[in-house]
Write a protein of this length. Sequence first.
Length: 255
Amino acid sequence: MRILLLLTFISFFMNAHAQPESDPFGTEYNFDTASYSDSSSSYEEYESTTTRPDQPDLTPTTFKKYERFKPPMDTITDLVTYTGIVPFKPLENDVYDGGTIDSLYWRAKIYLMKKYLKDYKQSKNPKDNIFPKEILIEDFKPDGENGRVIIRPTVPLYISTNSSTRTQLGTISFKIEIRVKEDKYKYKFTNFVHNTVEKGTEKPIKTYVEYYANTTRGYKGTDQVLISIDRMVKEVVKELSGIMKDPIVLDPDDF
């Protein structure tokens, strides 16, 4: 009897311990699904993509390489030279008879006189339209085939320090020539010389701009001179293109 009671007690004790424990997280937590996210892995990902305030930015800083300004050079003379040939087509109308070689010559000459002579006063008398000897190189009135005006002016050279400020840095002397034919004209700028003075002694210094174009030292500063010359020449070329065009004259009956 005692043995039977002992076996019954042992059997009851073993069945009680075989029952599963209750889930402290509840049935909504399923660690076998993809919805589970380990907080430790999320923190590591955040650390790899985010720079904390106490961590320096180790991304290397890249600087754009300075590119030198290269002015146009004549391959024969090795001089800084701007040149171009502009075709001319007169307007086809009966109101204005323009576009002849004489017309192109006088337009170019009057433009240069207005541009580079401070005391120039326009006169209808051709004898009054004479360049001073100090800047005149050649003034050849067309003979039926071609004509030309070649002068050597000196003008202030302005360096642009920013978009709204410019500073004069001496003067620039250069040779400009305009050649005309019946159906086109040619411009040429060359022989640029930068005129400055020595500090302290005020001794004049003349520097050929080819030195600026070829120097291997301090070229960031000398490039500014070349850029200013380039800007000046292009402004003259643009103005000249407007002067050399026939004016638009409408027929009185065309309205």
